[in-house]
Design a protein around this ligand. Sequence first.
Ligand code: SAM
Length: 281
Amino acid sequence: MYDRERRQFGQNFLVDPEVIRGIVDDVDPLPEGTVIEIGPGAAALTEPLCSRAGRVVAIEIDPKWADKLPRKVGGGANLVVVNQDALRVDLDAWFDPFPGHLKPALCGNLPYNRASAILIRFLPHIAKFRHFVFMVQWEVAKRVCATPGGRAYGSLTVIVANYANAEIRLKIGPDSFRPRPRVHSGTFRLVARETPFVTDPLFPWFVRAAFRQKRKTLRNSLLMTFAVPDVDAAIAHCELLQGTRAEELSLETFAALFHFLKPRIDAFQIVPSKDDEILED
Ligand code: SAM
């Protein structure tokens, strides 16, 4: 039973005090502020967060750990446990500044199998938060914080950069968890841009379309969605070479391509992709 939940909910618990301290310092809980934690599990982060923050809202999908949580943090007078799926929970109630005018911080050692889905879900709301601090699989952390031209640069990088400035923080080995995962982990911090670079909700879909054929040219990827004359006109408009690859382009160039091609987007082309696919490009 335990093994099934461990796999289903990605339950690898932090046991390394130095890593725990590093993450909590990055979250920077303030005595007058709220921290929203996704996936508190056995309270490795929740306990120090509760001792430093005004209030902690802990969203845990597994009822077994949700029930135990108040005891794990010594009563939990400033803890609110929400036994729900972070992919479905309505956070509106927690955006109210408490008790002053501070925005809450959002953090979590995310389950590996749902990490990008959870990140993508909360990203459009990042301006309502002071910052996000997340732990994910190392490859995903590198992808979130990559720069153009590098191997890790992909659609997730561009979609995140559209909303926030990303900074990689810690790299953590399997020994810091029980049970030990097979992979390394990493943490990153996201701070919202003043406004998203492109506000159009179709932009993430377009970025994924541009990365559809990784290691092939941008032109080949875009040709899977747009007509030849439109793609060639967009490439010329942005002064790109025909052999340019999506992983070489900055957010600004993606935005310019999008604005040029947007009038050619046909509603029937838009097939929503699963959030997990974002890891593959
Ligand atoms: N925060 C703890 C730690 O660092 O030791 C546990 C982290 S563990 C990697 C991920 C936690 O997220 C587990 O407690 C798991 O039950 C919970 N979880 C998994 N999927 C979730 C979801 N969709 N919504 C909320 N919590 C989830």
